[in-house]
Design a protein around this ligand. Structure first.
Ligand code: BG6
Length: 510
């Protein structure tokens, strides 16, 4: 395994985050929900621990669940303690001083008036340069809340010459039409530059690393095309089932839950042309070209290129694991896919004829997400003397382990020039001092600083929905089979056959 040498290690782990200089008001809708508990407030705690938050800022956490601010803070302190090995009371205290719990129901107009008054009052004593409205609520409330923000003048009260921003969680619509409708509503209120659509995969360390690996290493940059790459695989495997999100998931399935957003985002970073500069707009434009290509895919042979699956019951080590159809709030006859594998092509100069294999599923044997780039081996050299070689393989491990490995061929020691494959591995998450930031930490940092690079643009979202809608329609037209697979297994065998038919195999099975 590679180890960073001492100098690099120091550089790598030095605090690179700059302080957030702009004072802000952060208005969190859904401030008592799961996301606030598990991601947003813990991310703020980490930012507070790094001491990079400005002197003046307020997090208005809105919700109904708690009756008093103390109750709210106690509940969140408990969550933090359960999540983290150690919570520093002083750091928590420094954050808690900036949190105001504001009891509010989206249905009650008086509550919006009260909130406006509070924001105005606070703005008199704290000069702010940023106001961020974060909708961590059920998606059905997104449009309604945004409209109320405008109607009750929450965007501008006590606050001039700066823009208010809107942060919106996924899913952004449930198909192209609903996404467009939502976007029309939001863009009547906020300009595109102030709408931050979250895809938390873009906050993951190794996803942010894709462009660096591609573009800062001549050995990869030069080979990043159809002449040298045999196939691309992206797999986001999950070991958990739907847990208590049955109601949401049964309408959504893996295709909208993981493909429309996370997998396609990862693919766009792998497949896009090189940006001419690193502005958020330029990177998004390059990603959009990939999404457009996808949306133009004719999908005529979809039945041969797609595998849909659903987890069935299983018994592992004497424990009975539920089938998807037995989970809470799932229709016992549900035809929703919890697994999908897809083979597709991008019809452009860089990638024509390079198969791209995508896969994601719930209740698989282990949680593992990675990108595998397998290089071609159609070269001839006198050295090979008919020996069958392993291909060069670049593996970008997203989680649980973060890192990169490269497989290449070398001479077997003390042999008669026998060639064997070896792997060079860099495990980022194993570095002694490196603590990967939480996905939401970086995203919150960026939204406060107004950097949209790690957020999805409307164009990206719209084309990705067009592609997903097309697949959904085709699946319905062609009545694509649903393969049952045992919970905690490798998924349906048909997904392996998809690659075997091409003389290949999934790299997570290697
Ligand atoms: C969410 C999906 O967006 O991503 C979940 O709604 C899924 O169903 C989750 O489990 C996976 O995220 P991660 O970061 O655990 O890979």
């Amino acid at each position: 395994m590679f180890q960073l040498n001492k100098t690099l290690d120091k550089l790598y782990n030095s605090p690179v985050d700059k302080n957030i200089e702009e004072n802000f008001q952060f208005i969190l809708f859904g401030g008592t929900g799961d996301l606030a508990h598990n991601k947003i407030i813990p991310a703020f705690y980490n930012l507070a621990a790094k001491n990079i938050l400005p002197e003046q800022y307020t997090i208005f956490a809105t919700g109904r669940r708690y009756d008093s601010e103390q109750e709210y803070l106690d509940a969140f302190y408990n969550t933090l303690q359960n999540k983290k090995e150690k919570v520093d009371k002083k750091i928590w205290q420094s954050l808690a001083e900036h949190i105001e719990y504001f009891q509010l129901s989206f249905k009650d107009e008086n509550d919006f008036e009260r909130l406006r008054e509070r924001l105005a009052q606070k703005s008199e004593t704290e000069a702010i340069s940023n106001r961020i409205f974060y909708l961590a609520t059920a998606p059905k409330f997104f449009a309604e809340i945004a409209e109320k923000l405008e109607e009750f003048n929450l965007l501008n009260v006590g606050f001039k010459n700066h823009d208010s921003r809107l942060v919106i969680e996924k899913p952004f619509g449930h198909d192209f039409d609903s996404a467009q409708k939502l976007n029309n509503t939001l863009s009547n209120i906020f300009s595109e530059k102030n709408i931050f659509r979250i895809d938390h995969y873009l906050g993951k360390e190794m996803i942010q690393n894709i462009m660096v690996i591609r573009l800062s290493n001549p050995i990869f940059r030069a080979l990043w095309n159809k002449e040298h790459i045999d196939n691309i695989q992206i797999y986001l495997n999950e070991s958990e089932g739907v847990k208590d999100r049955g109601k949401y998931y049964d309408d959504t399935g893996v295709i909208k839950d993981m493909f429309q957003n996370h997998i396609l985002q990862v693919l766009s970073l792998i497949a896009m042309e090189e940006p001419e500069n690193l502005s958020a707009e330029e990177i998004s434009d390059k990603k959009v070209e990939v999404f457009k290509e996808l949306a133009d895919n004719d999908l005529s042979d979809i039945d041969e290129h797609i595998v849909r699956g659903q987890y069935d019951s299983n018994t592992v080590d004497g424990e009975k694991l539920k089938a998807y159809r037995e989970e809470k709030e799932i229709d016992p006859d549900s035809e929703t896919a919890t697994f999908m594998a897809l083979k597709l092509f991008l019809n452009n100069e860089r990638w024509r004829d390079v198969p791209i294999y995508l896969k994601s599923g719930k209740r698989l044997s282990k949680k593992e997400a990675a990108i595998a780039i397998e290089f071609k081996d159609d070269f001839h050299s006198a050295y090979l003397d008919n020996q069958k070689l392993d291909t060069n393989l670049l593996l970008i491990n997203i989680q649980p382990e973060e890192g990169v490995s490269l497989r290449f061929n070398t001479r077997k020691p003390a042999s008669n020039n026998q060639i064997i494959p070896v792997e060079m591995e860099f495990c980022q998450s194993c570095q002694q001092y490196f603590n990967s930031p939480e996905n939401y930490e970086g995203l919150i940092y960026d939204m406060i600083n107004g950097d949209k690079t790690l957020f999805t643009s409307w164009k990206e979202v719209s084309y990705s929905w067009k592609f997903i809608d097309k697949i959904q329609d085709k699946c319905a037209e062609e009545d694509i089979a649903l393969h049952m697979y045992p919970a905690q297994s490798e998924g349906p065998g048909a997904a392996d056959k998809l690659l075997e038919a091409d003389g290949r195999s999934w790299q997570d099975k290697e």
